[in-house]
Write a protein that binds this ligand. Structure first.
Ligand code: C6P
Length: 411
């Protein structure tokens, strides 16, 4: 694509995002994505036009609210290629989705002597719930490590599996290394070994096409807010047969069929897992986010993100004293560039960048086992989305090049 054509595309996209002004260079989309106007407006539209408690009332407004909520579920189903809306559970975020699987599936199925295999690059949200399950059930957590390029090879994966492995939990894209794990391959091998496969799609669903049936994962968790949607709405996909066997996660209103003084029977899927008043406005906003992504086109999103990642990687690579973590090939970073600047604490790097309006994340990125594996306690991370521009990256790198001097180094 020619530079001028790209500029026009930048302009067209950025006018949809009210917060993306000249004042900031937003390079923290892996933490949360910026929202297009259509998503920001959606929640107001829901409360202005459809607000009533969904799934309860028999009056027209409540039926409308229910319809919007269930239409959003259908939109999510189609977006990730699930077989049925019964397999789409709305939660608050990826963290809650993963806890739901850990508590309702893991706690009931895993036993002493069983093994849970997690990758070393898991976000704490796909590690700590499994540690809890292990501590309560007597199962053991084992790790599959990545190599120096951040790759989990088939050999490593096969070597980490044992006949006792009953569950594998793995992220599709790492929030630190940006690498894309071959979930379809690992799910197939896990199934041959008799294990269920839990995929964390928090960093993948916003950026690449994800089809749960093609991947053949048993569960997939992701968050609305990382894919242009509102905060407070997340998704758990689960295979119907597994979800049916699982007990509810939370108990209360709207998830029951019948309650007596001594017991209860529970609602059908997916409502069995959606206790209490649901976030219907959030679900409506998530639908608008998906529709916006589809309007831009997943191919365009991927093309722009690949171009920007390549551009930023090359600039960072040229910057003295910078070490980038993960693969040497920018195509393997999927918008995520985690680095250290020699002689500068990552928090100082982020603070100095912030003084010039550049937003990056510093710290352990909720992936401490991975950072320990990498031999560092903290790093700085720039993460990109399709709405970023080369101008923002230039500004980031220009300011980064001043950091060491600002901290008193000679160069
Ligand atoms: N990572 C980051 O800056 P929640 O917070 O539930 O929406 O998402 C949790 C989560 C799960 N898995 C992965 C791979 C993630 O990256 C995240 C969130 C953010 O990297 C916030 S720590």
């Amino acid at each position: 694509m020619q530079t001028e054509e790209r500029r026009q595309q930048d302009h067209k996209i950025r006018k949809d995002f009210p917060l993306l002004t000249e004042d900031i260079a937003y390079l923290d989309s892996a933490a949360t994505a910026q929202k297009p106007e259509t998503v920001i407006d959606a929640e107001a539209v829901f409360y202005k036009q459809y607000n009533a408690n969904p799934l309860r009332g028999l009056y027209q407004l409540s039926v409308e609210a229910t319809n919007r909520y269930e239409e959003a579920r259908e939109c999510v189903r189609a977006f990730i290629g699930a077989a049925s809306t019964e397999e789409i559970i709305f939660t608050r975020n990826a963290t809650e989705s993963l806890n739901l699987v850990a508590y309702s599936y893991g706690m009931h199925v895993l036993r002493e002597g069983d093994e849970i295999l997690v990758s070393i690059m898991e976000h704490h949200s796909n590690f700590l719930p499994w540690l809890q399950v292990a501590q309560s059930s007597g199962a053991q957590v084992r790790f599959v490590e990545c190599d120096g390029q951040g790759r989990i090879t088939e050999e490593r994966f096969r070597a980490a599996l044992t006949p006792r492995t009953k569950l594998v939990a793995m992220t599709q894209i790492s929030n630190v290394l940006g690498c894309l794990n071959d979930i379809a391959l690992f799910a197939r091998i896990a199934h041959e070994n008799g294990a269920v496969f839990v995929a964390d799609g928090a960093q993948s669903v916003p950026h690449i096409p994800v089809d749960v049936q093609a991947l053949d994962v048993d569960f997939l968790a992701f968050s609305g807010h990382k894919m242009l949607g509102p905060m407070g709405i997340g998704v758990l996909y689960g295979k119907r047969a597994l979800l049916q066997q699982m007990p509810p996660f939370l108990y209360g209103g709207e998830m029951i069929e019948k309650v007596t003084r001594t017991g209860a029977t529970y609602a059908e899927l997916p409502h069995k897992f959606e206790a209490g008043t649901v976030n219907a406005a959030g679900a409506y906003g998530l639908q608008k986010a998906i529709e916006y992504m589809q309007q831009i086109g997943l191919e365009t999103i991927q093309e722009r993100e690949a171009f920007l990642t390549q551009y930023a990687y090359a600039k960072l690579r040229e910057t003295p004293y910078v070490t980038i973590f993960g693969a040497d090939d920018p195509a393997e970073h999927h918008g995520i560039l985690t680095f250290r600047l020699e002689g500068a604490h990552p928090h100082d790097v982020a603070a100095i960048l912030s003084d010039s309006g550049v937003c990056v994340r510093a710290g352990h990125h909720c992936a401490q086992p991975l950072l320990q594996h990498l031999g560092v306690s903290s790093t700085t991370r720039a993460s990109l989305a399709f709405y970023n521009t080369t101008e923002e990256i230039d500004r980031f790198v220009e300011v980064l090049q001043t950091v060491r001097r600002k901290l008193g180094h000679a160069e």
